[in-house]
Design a binder for this molecule. Sequence first.
Ligand SMILES: [Zn+2]
Ligand SMILES: [Zn+2]
Ligand SMILES: [Zn+2]
Length: 350
Amino acid sequence: MGNEVRKDYLLNRYVIIASQRAKRPSDIAQAPSEASSSKNCPFCPGNEHITPPADLVYLEKNNIVIIEKDREDLRHREWLVRCFENLYPALSPHVTEVKTDSGFCVGREVYGYHEIIVESPDHLEQPSFARLKQLELMFDASLELLRRYYNDKSIEYVQIFRNYRREAGASLSHPHTQIIASSVIPSAISTEFEFARKYYKEEKRCVFCSILEDEERSPRLIYKDDKFTVIAPWASIHPYEFWIIPRRHESDILDTSASEKNSFARTLRLCLGSLTKLLGNPPYNYGFHINPKQDRKNEYYHWHLEVYPKLSIWGGFELSTGMYINITPPELAAEWLREEIKKEESTLAI
Ligand SMILES: [Zn+2]
Ligand SMILES: [Zn+2]
Ligand SMILES: [Zn+2]
């Protein structure tokens, strides 16, 4: 099998699928991770005073989840999930104006928020083996913060994302998700969005619904239940990249139903659990792709989660051209992940 150049479903982005260099999962398995310590961890229970006060905290009382907030003089204890402003925010609602001297380099004031969602009080409860209840609460907290940011008239886009392990950009190992709400729409999002709009104009249907129809019958299908489908995308630029896509046309992520949340938590847990076992706990990043706020409900865009295992380092070719070489064909990645998921399913109580 020779190398192939593949074009992304939407973007003008190309990847070289280099099958000849494909390795077995055991050849890329990572060394066991360094023991992570909960000593002095600012996200661990008991250290709440080190972080800013939580603006959203889930507590459990008599088996019911209660939504609360900290105050400057009161930090809630015994929490399930806790959200607060990042101590070192990438964006902030308190910006000063940006000006350049010559006027050649244009700066633009970017207004926004940067928050941390601590997903569990347990320092070691990573999503690959987390309790489904915790993953659902993490998803709920993300949507609750998203709802709040949408009420800020200056916010245009909200990115919910996660970095796992230091090699993927996580500076603290305690399980946490990050949210950045911004007054500008990032280019990768606006490009994907524009292509989806163009596809709809030409084909009269949502491109993600088309991807589902085609890929659910392809060797790139990894997993599906009645609510979500997981695929290794045709032009994956990362080895073992996978996307989790709602099976019904779901434009606004805030319309996710309770049963969909439950299914999403289970799907995420299964896929990350399988990835972790198959490749020996690799670093990864993931990010939700959702509609920009101005166009939340439409016929042509469909939210999804993109998961990027960090197994290769992009070199001069990738960085200078924006074209990629992926040495694990998505069909092989899908096959191995499918097998691992079958084993992983037995570990999950339904
Ligand atoms: Zn911790
Ligand atoms: Zn759709
Ligand atoms: Zn996307």
